[in-house]
Design a protein. Structure first.
Length: 255
């Protein structure tokens, strides 16, 4: 692989004789916000006609998103990806960081105002802390099939991207595949049934080069009881360890 040229958002490289466009990690946040504006301009009215809105509260968290990427994303080259379905309105829909709520973010960055907890994010952050925040993000990239979350304009509840019109689903999936082309992971661990099926479908179509790992339970499916919590925690740690034996062996062995 040889670099061809560089611009604001992308690095162009020669891969097996072909020019391939990849993310410039330094500007992945810029792309995130630019993609949102383009997506909103093109599809917000279509979605509105179906009583669906696009979560937008994360726009107010731009400075913290930039700082998070500067500390935990830009310096690293993770080979494991954990992939959820899309942001929810109480967690990543506010922070703009997959599976992270404002309470979790307050432990990683200073000056987070009015931190609040969300069940799935609370569980996920407990996994991160088992490894140590820096060590976790050094090895693991966390993302979603859809960069953006959606909600019912009538009921105010989350709507997953797979309920959107097919054209819009395809735009979001194309963006995810572009992200995976850049990250170039060894393995992608799906979080939940829908994600698992979508990743397997992309793999069959040769759109993903990574191995699709064993499906993980979505944190929202687990009751907040100690026995269930420990069981799911152990499952996460074991699956993470199976993709990278050098990671936190002593922590897994404790359980």
């Amino acid at each position: 692989m040889v670099m061809l040229r560089n611009d604001k958002r992308f690095i162009y490289v020669i891969v097996m004789g072909y020019a391939k466009k990849c993310y410039n990690m330094r500007n992945i946040v810029d792309d995130y916000f630019e993609f949102y504006e383009t997506f909103k301009e093109k599809y917000s009215e279509v979605l509105k006609s179906k009583s669906i809105g696009i979560l937008s509260e994360f726009l107010d968290n731009k400075n913290n998103i930039i700082e998070f990427h500067k500390r935990y994303v830009q310096p690293n080259s993770p080979k494991i990806v954990m992939c959820g379905i899309n942001p929810g309105r109480r967690g990543a829909g506010i922070t703009g960081i997959p599976f992270i709520d404002t309470n979790s973010l307050s432990e990683m960055l200073p000056d987070i105002s009015n931190p609040k907890s969300e069940k799935s994010a609370k569980f996920f952050f407990s996994i991160i802390k088992e490894f140590g925040i820096n060590e976790f993000y050094r090895n693991i990239h966390v993302t979603n099939m859809s960069w953006f979350g959606f909600y019912s304009l009538d009921k105010g509840i989350n709507i997953n991207y797979n309920y959107l019109p097919i054209e819009i689903q395809n735009v979001l999936i194309d963006k995810f595949v572009e992200e995976m082309d850049f990250i170039n992971p060894n393995v992608i661990l799906p979080i939940g049934n829908i994600v698992n099926l979508e990743l397997l479908n992309l793999k069959v179509k040769n759109r993903l080069s990574a191995v699709i790992g064993t499906k993980l339970y979505h944190p929202a499916y687990r009751l907040v009881e100690r026995n269930t919590y420990i069981k799911v925690l152990t499952e996460y740690l074991t699956k993470l360890k199976s993709t990278n034996p050098s990671m936190c062996l002593t922590k897994i062995q404790r359980y």
